[in-house]
Design a protein around this ligand. Structure first.
Ligand SMILES: O=P(O)(O)OC[C@H]1O[C@](O)(CO)[C@@H](O)[C@@H]1O
Length: 541
């Protein structure tokens, strides 16, 4: 695969950036009354306004030329056709297949439908009270034990779909190996009515297995009989043998496959807590929304292709404007965990420094993803967005309609969202700032001196994504939009978005340090800092 920096479009983009560097976005709005219309696109219940960016038509033409020169369309086909594009693990990347209609899947993927049916039967049995706990009581609480992709996806979606929750059943999520996570979650839960879902693709993740063992101890301390485990523990994993060795009955295992990346797995049985909380119909609607976006991504021209547009705008800022981070700001309380979810999706996928074909990169890749729900972020870190020294492109996400149409709240929320993107773009000039100080009673001299404290440079770019309504369908489309955006960027950068070797060394070192910590007689033989910290820990225990 060619390096992106070798393409004519890359060089042209660098020159183009210099040519437009001094043109503020607001100037383009003044020049072109149709700008908002020309720099917007919509699909799958999502309207994308990307007019408040440092772009003109030439920018988009060059960015899409770069996408073509990097063979984006062929790479998308390769993913959809099941080529092993995760080359460092020799794996296919087929999360899109999990959203397909059963009839559309090839015979060798019949397992996908079987597991869907297994999930549907199980969810129905729990909801109808046919599946009961060891003492015959109905299940009232589901505790998902998993981490990373086996936690963030189902946790984020379950929270986002709160208005669709079924009465009588509550989902909880435990991920951290810090016992406080499990202990605080179990406080107030009744073992007789609690169901644990142990979610781990590999079933080797220490945090998850440690939490699952402690959860089993908690259950058995109350229910006394080993046989209770079969009524209170189910698992989702590729590794059926390891699940059985843990003591979970084969009938209680929901299989998944190595061609689903952990952070792309909420569409598989990893989504079981979503289905238990909201019902299978809503989980299916979520998948249908994602399938809509899959179709859009595969078929829409690049000029109107939402994932491609978002991806190429990201490339523009990372590689041509030196942006180091990207803020995702959902103006929707139910999307409180969305940024955290995208953080793993993006940073674990594109936080890479090696070309697919070998060798180290000559350009930057994934930005730091961060953010918070609006309007809370406005009273926290937006100061830096407006006046800080770093460029931070922003995605604003907002729904047209609220699930809680209370008084004037939604209009205020929407107005705040629009005001932020407008303030970022417009900024405040020195003359405006001085006039404000004068209006506060300062002399013209004082006002002029103070003015620069109020000056906001403006010209700070943002996209606004408007959902008709936050429903399972639009949420599915929104998640798939980001999945594909991240994939597109990986193609442009020439990296593998589907491995995560960078997390392995820490795990290996933990396996070396942990035994030394817990064994009084073993001397630490690491670096000086680690040895000292170990000895401090040992003194305390
Ligand atoms: O589902 P598993 O195998 O427990 O892995 C959990 C998470 O750990 C990671 O491998 C990173 O350590 C993620 O990619 C994954 O989502």
């Amino acid at each position: 695969m060619p390096k992106p920096t070798q393409h004519p479009s890359w060089q042209a983009l660098a020159r183009h950036r210099d040519a437009i560097a001094e043109t503020p976005i607001k100037h383009w709005f003044e020049q072109n009354p149709a700008r908002a219309e020309q720099f917007s696109a919509q699909a799958c219940g999502i309207y994308l306004d990307f007019s408040k960016h440092r772009i003109n038509h030439d920018t988009m033409t060059l960015l899409l030329q770069l996408a073509r020169e990097q063979h984006l369309e062929q790479r998308v086909q390769a993913m959809y056709q099941g080529e092993p594009i995760n080359t460092t693990e020799q794996r296919q990347v087929l999360h899109v297949a999990l959203r397909s209609q059963c009839g559309a899947l090839p015979d060798h993927m019949a397992d996908v439908c079987r597991v869907n049916e297994q999930m549907a039967r199980f969810v129905e049995a729990v909801h109808a009270g046919h599946w009961r706990g060891h003492t015959g009581e109905r299940i009232s609480d589901v505790v998902n034990i998993g981490i990373g992709g086996s936690d963030l996806g189902p946790m984020m979606v379950t929270q986002a779909l709160t208005p669709f929750h079924k009465p009588g059943i509550k989902a909880h999520f435990v991920s951290n190996v810090d016992a406080s996570d499990l202990c605080e979650t179990l406080k107030g839960l009744n073992p007789a009515t609690t169901l644990f879902v142990v979610a781990s693709k590999t079933f080797t993740t220490t945090e998850t297995l440690t939490n699952a063992r402690s959860a089993r101890d908690w259950l058995l301390a109350d229910l006394k009989h080993e046989s209770a485990v079969a009524k209170h523990f189910v698992a989702v994993s590729v590794n059926v043998e390891k699940v059985k060795a843990f003591g979970i009955a084969e009938d209680n295992i929901f299989p998944m496959w190595d061609w689903v990346g952990g952070r792309y797995s909420l569409w598989s049985a990893i989504g079981l807590p979503i289905a238990l909380a909201c019902g299978m119909e809503h989980f299916n609607a979520l998948r249908a929304g994602a399938a809509d976006m899959d179709n859009h991504f595969a078929s829409a021209p690049l000029e109107q292709n939402l994932p491609v547009i978002l991806a190429m705008l990201g490339i523009w800022y990372v590689n041509f404007w030196d942006a180091q981070s990207h803020a995702i700001l959902p103006y929707d309380h139910y999307l409180g965990a969305f940024t955290k979810y995208i953080q793993q999706l993006d940073m674990e996928s594109n936080g890479k420094n090696a070309y697919l074909d070998g060798g180290y990169l000559e350009h930057h890749t994934g930005p730091v993803i961060w953010g918070e729900v609006g309007t809370n972020g406005q009273h926290s870190f937006h100061q830096l967005l407006h006046q800080g020294t770093r460029l931070v492109p922003v995605d604003f996400i907002v729904a047209l309609n609220s699930h809680n149409p209370l008084g004037d709240h939604h209009a205020q929320l929407f107005a705040n969202c629009l005001s932020q993107s407008r303030a970022l773009m417009l900024g405040k000039s020195a003359a405006q700032a001085a006039a404000e100080f004068e209006a506060m009673g300062y002399s013209p001299d004082q006002a002029e001196q103070l003015a620069h404290h109020k000056v906001m440079p403006g010209n700070r770019p943002s996209s606004t994504l408007v959902l008709e309504h936050l429903t399972p369908q639009t949420l599915g489309a929104l998640i798939a939009l980001y999945e594909h955006k991240i994939f597109v960027q990986s193609v442009i950068w020439g990296i593998n978005a589907f491995d995560q070797w960078g997390v392995e060394l820490g795990k290996q070192l933990c396996n070396e340090i942990h035994p030394v910590l817990v064994n009084k007689n073993t001397e630490a033989d690491f670096d000086g800092s680690t040895n000292t910290l170990i000895s401090i820990y040992k003194h305390a225990h």
